[in-house]
Structure formats: C-alpha cells, structure tokens
Design a protein around this ligand. Structure first.
Ligand code: ZN
Ligand code: ZN
Length: 82
C-alpha cells in the first residue's frame, strides 16, 4: 500500500535542505555544492533565473524572465490552482 508517491514527495520536501539565498529565488538543492553551482546564475550577468522546476533559463532583466514565464513556463507551474 502506497498512500502517495514517495519519489514525488522527496522532490517536494526533504532531501533538499539547501535553499538558494538569492532574493526571489526558491530553488532548493540536495547539497551545498549544487547550490553553489546554481548561485553562479545570480552572480553572473543573468541573475534572473526561472523558478520553474526543471527549467534553468536565466535572463538579464526581470521583464525578460516574466515574458518567458508567461510564454513557456507559467502554464506548467500553475495548472489549475487558482
Ligand atoms: Zn537561486
Ligand atoms: Zn522557465
């Protein structure tokens, strides 16, 4: 008996205690070196990083990111949860 999908659960909660410290970014990582690797997107010249899970696009301006999210990621990230 499996009340819920274990692998899916671990993606959402545990196993990823390392949260990105960049304001507005809510990426999480399983270890600090992954987070460090990711933090480069914020220190580079493209600090605006798409927050959709599995998408690693980054942009120089928040408006570009917003446009990207509208076009290709927003519908995926929030299906019918409004
Ligand atoms: Zn980040
Ligand atoms: Zn995206």
């Amino acid at each position: 008996m499996m009340p819920y999908n274990i692998s899916c659960y671990s993606l959402v909660a545990g196993e990823k205690p390392f949260e990105c410290e960049f304001e507005g970014c809510d990426r999480r990582f399983a270890n600090s070196s992954d987070r460090k690797k990711h933090s480069h997107v914020h220190t580079s010249d493209k600090p605006y990083n798409c927050r959709v899970r599995g998408c690693d696009k980054s942009y120089t301006h928040p408006s570009s990111l917003r446009k990207h999210m509208k076009v290709s990621c927003e519908t995926v990230s929030s299906p019918k949860m409004k």
